[in-house]
Structures are given as structure tokens and as C-alpha cells.
Design a protein around this ligand. Structure first.
Ligand code: ARG
Length: 410
């Protein structure tokens, strides 16, 4: 009897070759197509293709809601961006796909799972670490590493064995898309000195093509999670899709990132993440209104760790659970509304309010009604400057060792 293998299938060239290769090598390939919000047409095409090239079975799983609730929202609560730039859209999709690979493998009684990622990328890492964490008993086949087929050979091979190709010569990019963003790499982008050609973008408009009038929107968050736009409550998936379209039309969310991959190389990556850009900015701003100074100064350390763990494929490390527990404990106050202005490639926060606001107008004001105790400042300063005063009495200070005579002007 043939051994079953569950393959994470995208419909692209590499995973299509993987189906062929796996069956040639005597396996029974089961294609798993996970819908994380990529264009529906592409998923239909992938399903059709999987059948055509000989997948024994094809699964199509809609994971948009789980992706949003359990992967996007934790990232948003952690304001997660790898190297302060990349909202991790591809990175956080991989552990979920892995989880579903395991689920299907169990259901099918398969002993093997497979992915088609290259040996130079981060995605192989994310699949394999996640698979090991979730089901160490499963064997993993990395088809692209195992059969080392170059792109040209692959294309020739695909033609030979009748794999339908949607990759046109003029689209030489490697693209990964889901609700949280679109990643584009390869082709001319490999030269980091060159401006990305306009054809790499699909979700975002060039600034010159965006409306001449700014648009104001309000986003309401409840405990760190976006619930409505302009007072209209939305399903999480719909909310993100809506913002992708809206902000994308204003040219927001284009990211050109010279990135440090886990495997040690730098690579030039272009992303389109309109909703992520808007939501992370709004969320961060709301936190500034409701969290204490100490929490605000500490949380970025945790956010950076969250981002690295996600990027490095360590989503299922127990540290991640601990970090999420910390982040969640900070989010109980992050309820309120942020007003943003979308204009010419920028999303700017122009206002915010919350029932949990720590902004004390009567303390902050320089106008009438000021309740700040001005007389307390002198005592505070006596103590605050005490260590400096003591040090200076004992050691003096280099700053005024030099004798400089000041000239009297008048
Ligand atoms: N560099 C990004 C990351 O590691 C994007 C990867 C995109 N993957 C792809 N198959 N095009 O998360």
C-alpha cells in the first residue's frame, strides 16, 4: 500500500512539482490548500490544478477566522513587526498551516507531511519547527530540498508532465498572500538599489493615483481588538479585508525592507500590508493613552521578542504562551476609539479617546483649572537631583573644568 503524505499545496510551481515527484516516488499525495485570505480565484485554481496533476485527495480548508483570531490579533496586540518594519504576515500563517497539516494527517492516518519551501528561506523553518512541536512522530519531506529542481528545470519538467502553469514569464516574483499582507520577492527586487517596479503592487495604489482629499476614519478597539470602523461593527475577517481595501486605495502599507533572514542572509523584501499598518499604528496610539509609563516602556521589549519568535518559526515555543499572557494582561484597558486620517500613502492618528484614558486634563493644562501642585515640584527636584549633587560635590564635573571667560556684550 502506498504511504500517504499531506502536502501544503499553494497551486504554485514548486508545490505542483512536489505533487508529481511524490507520486513518482511511490507516495500517495494529499493536497492541502489552506485559505488564509488569498484571492478566492487563486484557491479555486489551486484546487483544480491539484486534481489535474494527480493529488489522491484535495482538502480546501477555510482558516480565515482562526487566522484572524488566533494569529493576527495576538500579533496586533503585540504591535508585532520584525525589525520594526514587517508585520509578519507570511510568518504567522505558517504555524497555522502546519497545525492543519497535522490535523489532516491524523484524519487520513498519514505518517508523512510535506512542504515545497526552498532551503534558503524562512518558511521551511517555520513549517518544520511547527510540525515538530505539534506532531514529532510525523516524517517531514521538504520536496524542494530533496529534489533540488531549479526554476528552469522545474518549468521544463512542468511542461513535460502537463502541469498547468499560471506563472507568466513577465511575473517572475515569488508572492505569498494572506489577510494580513502580501509578500513579494525575487526578480528585479533582488537588486536592493532598484526601485520596485509598479507591477509588484496589487493591493496598494501609487501615491500619484490616490484621492486628493484626505479621509478620516474611526476605529474602535475593545481590549486590544478592533471591533468596528466608523461605528459599523464588523466580523474580524471583514474588518481587516475592508481596511486593506480602504487604506490600499490611499497608497498606505507599502514596505520596502532589507531584511535579515534566519538563515543568515540579507534579502530585499517588498510588502503590502495596508490594514496591518493602520491597525498597528492605531492600536499603539490607544495604548499610549491608557497604559502607564512603565508598561509602555517595558512592553516593546516583549513585542520585539514576540516578533522574533514569530519570524524564527518559534510560534509554538512555550515562551510564546508566556508572552501572550503578559500582553493580554496589558490589553484589558485598551478599549477606545482612534481617529485616523488616510492621505497620500500615510495613515496618521489625529485623535483618540477612551473610558480608560489616563490623560488627566486638570493636571496637564496650562490654562485655568490647573490642579497640578506646583509647590510639590521643588521638593521633588531636591530629591531627584540629589545623586547628581552628591557626585558633583565629591568629584566635581568635567563639563566646567575648562576656564572660559564670558564676554560682556552690553
Ligand atoms: N521574507 C518574508 C518572511 O520570511 C516573506 C516570505 C515570503 N514567502 C514567499 N514564499 N514568497 O516572512
Amino acid at each position: 500500500m502506498k504511504e500517504k503524505v499531506v502536502l501544503a499545496y499553494s497551486g504554485g510551481l514548486d508545490t505542483s512539482l512536489a505533487v508529481k515527484k511524490l507520486s513518482e516516488e511511490g507516495f500517495e499525495p494529499i493536497a492541502l490548500i489552506v485559505d488564509l485570505g488569498q484571492p478566492p480565484g487563486e484557491i479555486d485554481e489551486a484546487v483544480e490544478k491539484a486534481d489535474k496533476i494527480g493529488a489522491a485527495k484535495t482538502y480546501r480548508l477555510d482558516a480565515k477566522e482562526e487566522f484572524t483570531k488566533n494569529f493576527i490579533f495576538p500579533s496586533l496586540k503585540a504591535n508585532a513587526k520584525y525589525e520594526q518594519a514587517y508585520p509578519l504576515s507570511t510568518a504567522i500563517g505558517r504555524p497555522l498551516i502546519s497545525k492543519l497539516m497535522v490535523r489532516v494527517a491524523k484524519q487520513e492516518g498519514a505518517d508523512w507531511v510535506a512542504h515545497g519551501c526552498t532551503a534558503k528561506g524562512n518558511d521551511q523553518v517555520r513549517f518544520e519547527t511547527s510540525l515538530k512541536a505539534l506532531a514529532p512522530e510525523l516524517g517531514i519531506i521538504a520536496t524542494a530540498r530533496k529534489w533540488k529542481i531549479s526554476r528552469t528545470e522545474g518549468l521544463a519538467y512542468a511542461l513535460e508532465c502537463g502541469i498547468p502553469l499560471s506563472i507568466k514569464k513577465e511575473n517572475p516574483y515569488s508572492i505569498d498572500e494572506n489577510l494580513w499582507g502580501r509578500s513579494i520577492e525575487c526578480g528585479v527586487l533582488e537588486n536592493p538599489a532598484i526601485k520596485p517596479p509598479s507591477d509588484v503592487y496589487k493591493w496598494t495604489k501609487a501615491v500619484k493615483d490616490t484621492p486628493d482629499e484626505p479621509k478620516e476614519i474611526s476605529i474602535y478597539f475593545e481590549e486590544g481588538i478592533p471591533k468596528s470602523i466608523d461605528g459599523k461593527e464588523m466580523h474580524p475577517v471583514e474588518l481587516i479585508a475592508t481596511l486593506n481595501k480602504l487604506a490600499g486605495d490611499y497608497g498606505i502599507g507599502r514596505i520596502d525592507h532589507l531584511e535579515n533572514r534566519l538563515v543568515g542572509i540579507k534579502s530585499r523584501e517588498v510588502y503590502e500590508c495596508p490594514a496591518a499598518e493602520v491597525l498597528i499604528k492605531a492600536h499603539k496610539d490607544l495604548e499610549e493613552l491608557v497604559l502607564t509609563r512603565e508598561l509602555l516602556h517595558f512592553k516593546p521589549l516583549v513585542e520585539q521578542k514576540f516578533s522574533e519568535l514569530s519570524y524564527y518559526g518559534l510560534w509554538f515555543d512555550p515562551l510564546m504562551q508566556a508572552i501572550n499572557a503578559f500582553v493580554d494582561s496589558t490589553q484589558r484597558w485598551v478599549t477606545g476609539t482612534v481617529i485616523m486620517e488616510l492621505y497620500k500613502g500615510q495613515a496618521k492618528v489625529i485623535g483618540r479617546e477612551s473610558k480608560n484614558s489616563l490623560y488627566a486634563a486638570e493636571m496637564a493644562t496650562y490654562e485655568e483649572g490647573d490642579l497640578f501642585d506646583h509647590s510639590a515640584a521643588s521638593g521633588f527636584l531636591k530629591i531627584w537631583s540629589l545623586p547628581l549633587e552628591i557626585f558633583a560635590r565629591i568629584h566635581g564635573n568635567d563639563e566646567n573644568k575648562e576656564e572660559v571667560v564670558c564676554q560682556v556684550l552690553r
